[in-house]
Design a protein around this ligand. Structure first.
Ligand SMILES: Nc1ncnc2c1ncn2[C@@H]1O[C@H](COP(=O)(O)OP(=O)(O)OP(=O)(O)O)[C@@H](O)[C@H]1O
Length: 304
């Protein structure tokens, strides 16, 4: 049974279509990324999965339960960290974690959890006196306090410094190792590439593609390239005839071969075979960000 199943989700606000038609399936133990431009409908989708939005159309299930009808049971298995969560601002870190712990039948040890998100020295600080990044880390702790089997993390590392960000990535990896299924909304390409097993690309309220990060890069049709210099001129036909090479061009004193497959290996081997010594060899490949812009159209108009 899939952990999360969304079929034909639609949600409008007045005449604004936030989610047009989204279907997706999250399998057990996956870290499933949800990627898209601002306003693409990501948060609306995950809030609907969490039972916080009432869809206009479509069906949703979390481990076979309906997020709205079976709200109480879903709360016991699903942890949610959302952007802009509202908390009792006069309570301390420790009090908030204990309070949220009391909502669950089983759960994490509050002190251990506070330590895991790096807030031990802030445990007696009121929520309102935490920095933005510390509030964010507390929200993540609260999403995990019930030891959920499924976690939704919306903008996990926004506002976190690089060290805290890496700490959160390690935490997601530990969750995955422990068999927890994670749905991760993010704008951070490195984060998505590093953490996600599969990614749904949401564009204008629809799913534009679902694939592994590497699969999305491959689908975008963007090339890899090998760039190098040689001490002596050579006949580029030795590269042109390779299956992996689509084109060879000169860029100043550099040779640039573009193509696919095991390009670097093929070019290196051919050069060695022809007795050509390559200098300053650089291998460049398309990133997830390149693929994202290609697959959703390269507009920079902000809104989806
Ligand atoms: N409560 C609301 N009332 C009216 N419009 C809304 C509401 N919530 C979201 N929207 C609109 O629905 C669209 C989708 O919003 P959503 O927050 O789901 O996008 P998103 O992909 O999460 O964006 P971001 O990356 O900026 O967080 C946006 O155009 C947004 O302005």
């Amino acid at each position: 049974m899939p952990v999360i199943e969304v079929r034909g989700l639609r949600k409008t606000y007045g005449d604004k279509v936030a989610v047009d038609d989204v279907s997706l399936t999250v399998e057990p133990g996956e870290v499933y990324g949800v990627l898209g431009r601002n306003g693409a409908g990501k948060t609306t989708t995950v809030e609907a999965v969490a039972g916080l939005r009432n869809p206009d159309a479509g069906t949703l299930s979390v481990l076979g339960l309906d997020p709205r009808r079976d709200r109480a049971r879903v709360r016991q298995i699903l942890g949610v960290q959302l952007q802009d969560a509202e908390l009792h601002s006069a309570l301390t870190v420790h009090e908030l974690v204990r309070l949220h712990r009391s909502f669950y039948r089983g759960g994490a040890d509050p002190e251990e959890l506070i330590d895991r998100v790096g807030l031990t020295d802030r445990r007696r600080t009121r929520f309102e006196n935490l920095s933005g990044g510390q509030q964010q880390r507390l929200n993540i702790a609260l999403a995990l306090v019930g030891r959920p089997r499924v976690v939704i993390l919306d903008e996990l590392t926004t506002g976190l410094d690089p060290e805290a960000r890496r700490g959160m990535w390690a935490m997601v990896e530990r969750l995955r190792d422990g068999g927890v299924t994670v749905m991760l909304v993010s704008h951070h390409m490195e984060e998505v590439e590093r953490l996600c097993d599969r990614v749904a690309l949401i564009d204008k309220g629809r799913v534009a593609a679902v694939d592994t990060p590497a699969g999305l890069i491959a689908r975008s049709g963007l090339d890899q390239q090998v760039r190098f210099r040689t001490a002596e001129p050579f006949d580029t036909a030795v590269l042109d005839r390779l299956d992996e090479v689509d084109a060879v061009r000169l860029d100043g004193d550099q040779v640039v071969a573009t193509g696919s497959g095991n390009l670097l290996h093929a070019v290196s081997t051919a050069l060695v075979g022809a007795g050509v010594t390559a200098l300053d060899t650089r291998f460049e490949r398309a990133t997830l960000e390149d693929a994202f812009l290609t697959l959703t159209g390269s507009r920079f108009d902000g809104e989806a």
